[in-house]
Design a binder for this molecule. Sequence first.
Ligand code: GLN
Length: 274
Amino acid sequence: MSMLTRRQFVQVGSIAAAGLLAGCGSSGSDAADAAPQAADGEYTVVNEGKLTCISNLFFPPFESMNETTGDPEGFDIDVSKSLAEHLGLEVNWLPSQDFDTLVPTIKNGGKADIAIAGMTITDARQAEVDMSDPYVDSNQSIVVKAGSTETAESLDDASKTIAVQGGTTGADWADENLPNATKKRLSTIIDAMSGVQSGLYDAVVCDLPVSRYQIKMSYSDLEIIEEIPTGEQYGIAISKDNPGLTAAINAALAEMQEDGSMAAIEAEWFGSEL
Ligand code: GLN
């Protein structure tokens, strides 16, 4: 592990001009001594000089693997690259893992610095890890075969199978709101959608931006029968042992909003939809 000092980012993000002046104008340690915030600017990374990222890479357009190269690509991948740039680090992506292993991996430490995975900020997750400030708004959706007569009411029946991705807010929503239906927990939303397409499952509950994108790009024979305004927000998961990194990520996210990097990534992956 290496210890980096990114004092400047904390100052830019939190105490703005006063902090910058103190940092730049001082030739000795007075300014640092006078600024209790300085310790916030220190963080560790698991691989020196790199921002090491994990995700479940089957969640387009937020994350997937390029069909030819196999490299990670998507909204979150571009966000991770921009974050790394803003932090003066190189981005380092690890292989895909199941969504429900991401928070435990970050909590255990040592493998990755951040999980960036279209991950909703929830109290349960915040009890385990730090979540960054929100960077995307999201909602849930119910997806069925196009032309099906199913409704949220008809699906809440033991004879119906609802496919969800394990450990997600979509799975939680289905448990709470379709208690009578049979739930099938899968590793990826792609498996869930393909299963609805082939008639294996009656419906899938998943994040609306993902179902919209998937139907448009790959599953024209599926349709959304209900948009559910859960008001979710995505955040980035960081170890509670590394609060300086959370501060630095939040400062970088704020800069990305200001300097147009986030708008460019939104335009790239969602056009005007976000
Ligand atoms: N936003 C949902 C959640 O956090 C789904 C995330 C995902 O499947 N990658 O649970």
